[in-house]
Design a protein around this ligand. Sequence first.
Ligand SMILES: C[S@@+](CC[C@H](N)C(=O)[O-])C[C@H]1O[C@@H](n2cnc3c(N)ncnc32)[C@H](O)[C@@H]1O
Length: 357
Amino acid sequence: MQVFQGIDLFSGAGGLSLGAIDAGIDVKVAIDKNSFAASTYHHNLPEVKMINSDIKNIDIEKVRHHIDQKLVLFGGPPCQGFSVSNSRTRNFKNPNNWLYKEFIRFIEHLNPEWVVIENVSGIKETEGGVFFDNILHELNILGFQVFYALLNASDYGVPQKRNRFFIVANRIGLEYNFPHKIKKRITVSEAIEDLPLVGNGNTIDQLRYSKNEQVSEYAKLLRNSAQSCSNNLVTRNSETIITRYKHVPQGGNWQNIPKELMQNYADRNRCHTGIYHRLLANQPSKVIGNFRKNMLIHPFEDRGLSVREAARLQSFPDRYIFQGSIGYQQQQVADAVPPLLAKKVFEEILNLDGNLE
Ligand SMILES: C[S@@+](CC[C@H](N)C(=O)[O-])C[C@H]1O[C@@H](n2cnc3c(N)ncnc32)[C@H](O)[C@@H]1O
């Protein structure tokens, strides 16, 4: 049986790639222009050829020779420009919203059997759906049958309520079915309670786990046989912010903070519910997004999440090490597709294709 090979466009730190590899795809090439994301990718997945470049400058002929089997071309073009929470640049003028054309350029040149495009559901409505319609139209012209769905990561074993929109297409006439949901939802406690004890502003990267007995199945899976883990960094918040945290119960947000402590928020009505949200220990987490905008609070401690806690909530294994300063690490984790969710989406492709052999 032929193996599937993969190419990851806009790979970031490699969440989607890790899921593809875990599903059984031999990922050959990844492209991303951010040097810190590229460095994380290369550090963790050294067998893949990582090209740290703007995709617009890539000569596809130089990529082609890496592929000699059936190809799955996949990737998540930048999604901020399609996100409903972004009213400022959610439009035609945002150059990032046109990067899907690069995806089409790669499809035209490499003629993959399968294509997987990941984004936010807002892509369907942005500018009246023109971007989404264009993608479907281009794929149809190139002979692809297209399937799409909005998946919530918490339905697939990831301890986070994160919606991701997937377009899966093939040019070999197969009907793709999205993975079945699993009933059990993993909670924040199960995901992070064995991680090292850290305080506000922790700068010590590598620390021992706080708990080795009665560790959840989820945590066991991600820590494997390690005794310690890295990326335990926590943003240093000022005393003013820590004082605000103390007023927020689990599941609460900025609305629980007394008005007199929120004086620098000129217009409190413009705060969204994600600001100063303290995670519920017994449920999947809220979306791990940009740390500076979202300010998620640890369920039991008066501090933000460490990078490793956020990575656990995204289903990255502890051996996956993020590079760059804390801000870059947080961004890479927040940008990623949860590897466990990605794995399920890719497994359905392999199952389908395997059944035909
Ligand atoms: C949403 S993130 C991808 C996350 C990734 N799929 C994962 O699962 O970890 C989008 C990525 O696109 C990259 N990017 C944006 N514009 C690019 C361009 N013109 N060329 C190459 N990469 C670009 C960004 O650096 C960012 O890492």
